[in-house]
Design a protein around this ligand. Sequence first.
Ligand code: FMN
Length: 188
Amino acid sequence: MTTSPIELAVVVGSVRPGRLGPTVAEWFLRIVAERPEFVANTIDLIDLNLPADLSPSPGADTLAAGISSADAVVLVTPEYNHGYPGSLKNALDIVKYEWRGKPVGFVSYGGLYGGARAVEQLRQVAAELHMVSVRDSVGFPRARKTFGPDPVVVDGPAADSAARMLDQLHWWATAATTQRALRSYPGQ
Ligand SMILES: Cc1cc2nc3c(=O)[nH]c(=O)nc-3n(C[C@H](O)[C@H](O)[C@H](O)COP(=O)(O)O)c2cc1C
């Protein structure tokens, strides 16, 4: 049984000017801060300047190191044209082995459906990356209205979903840590 905190990599997936991503991530990080069994490490893709051609770069090295040290991952994603942003796909593609055997959860946002379509697509990609996507996720519909200038959002259902997602991430991360101590993940 793991007693040290689970390291959670929180990846901010959008990079466009005026993006809402950091505000949504901030809401989630406040929830995580109330859970002593987690320690969060925010990875904002805007800081990494990842090359579209997937060539080696300092940003890719930083991403690889951040995912490598993480026990679990949360992707903060908007919905763009019923999918997720290209910046996030670029990040998922540029790192390979570091994702493997890690549980992943989603905090999404968008219009009417709160980014649900982006999350469903990400679940397919996560499976290919040997990640385990947990059942519960957080989704904010009408995100521009929900998140005003004050980043604290009082939203019971979203907080409840976040709590369930974190419980599931913790369970899988603990299981994976226990397994990794016994044998390396198959397919490394
Ligand atoms: C290119 C683009 C496409 C979008 N397509 C959708 C969409 O298909 N469904 C949806 O719910 N919202 C859509 N939106 C609205 C975004 O979810 C919303 O603007 C969100 O704030 C974008 O995230 P960001 O501010 O972090 O970039 C789209 C926004 C952009 C910029």
